[in-house]
Design a protein around this ligand. Sequence first.
Ligand SMILES: C[S@@+](CC[C@H](N)C(=O)[O-])C[C@H]1O[C@@H](n2cnc3c(N)ncnc32)[C@H](O)[C@@H]1O
Length: 266
Amino acid sequence: MTDGPAGPSADNAPAGWTRSGSAADHSPTVPGSVAEWEEHYSGAEAVWSGNPNAALVAVVTEFDLAPGRSLDVGCGEGADVLWLAGRGWQATGIDLSETAIARARTAAERTGIRADFAVANLADWADDADEDSRPRRGGFDLVTGCFLHTRLPETRDELLTRLGELVAPGGRLVLISHAGVPPWAAGHGHAGTDAHEHEADDCSHDGGHSHDGFDFSTPEADFALLEAGGTGVWELNLGETRTRSVTGPDGTPVDLEDGLLVARKV
Ligand SMILES: C[S@@+](CC[C@H](N)C(=O)[O-])C[C@H]1O[C@@H](n2cnc3c(N)ncnc32)[C@H](O)[C@@H]1O
């Protein structure tokens, strides 16, 4: 997620960081649905900070990735897409939320950076490729999913397959995911966050593990799902957990753990 000051308070948690079977049950909208994300984004002027995810910047830099076609799935307000586009990538971002995509487009106009944004659901986006002259499935040199803890598609294996089929031969998939619950989230029905935090409420996927009611996948488990998905032959470039220092809702510094997967389609 994108670091920075904008963001919800502890009592105004993002659509995620809600625990299955608790606060989410009281929501008028279905957890993880388009409606819930839309509600989440429209409830604040800006949900994320506008800065790119530090782990993504680190990966692109460490691997010295040459610009090509990139796709950010669940791009939110577009900071990662704009960062890549600013470095020469032909960058596209898709997100379920119209509000988030409108903000991404506004940010692109404001900064003069050229990037494509679309309101779309990964679960069916690549199916309408005929409407677009550019190939979507198998057309991207870099596919990113940052804190894409989603219920669309419903299972983690389907998610990895959907993402994997978008990557061109020789291209990479970069997944940055929550590896644990922030301290202020544990023991609550939902968790407040600042702009550093993202949703992770409902990742009860294959290969995941659970923390206090939250389920998480690991980079290793995600890679296994990717390999099993039939989207090609994959090579594991990086699978590790990294610590990120953030400021908690009460102003105190907290270390959070992010799972980082970088895989290359051979
Ligand atoms: C936790 S936010 C992360 C936003 C951004 N990647 C970041 O790091 O700041 C997850 C985003 O994924 C989007 N999303 C969830 N499921 C999706 C799907 N199936 N297709 C497209 N976007 C999706 C949500 O609307 C939300 O904006």
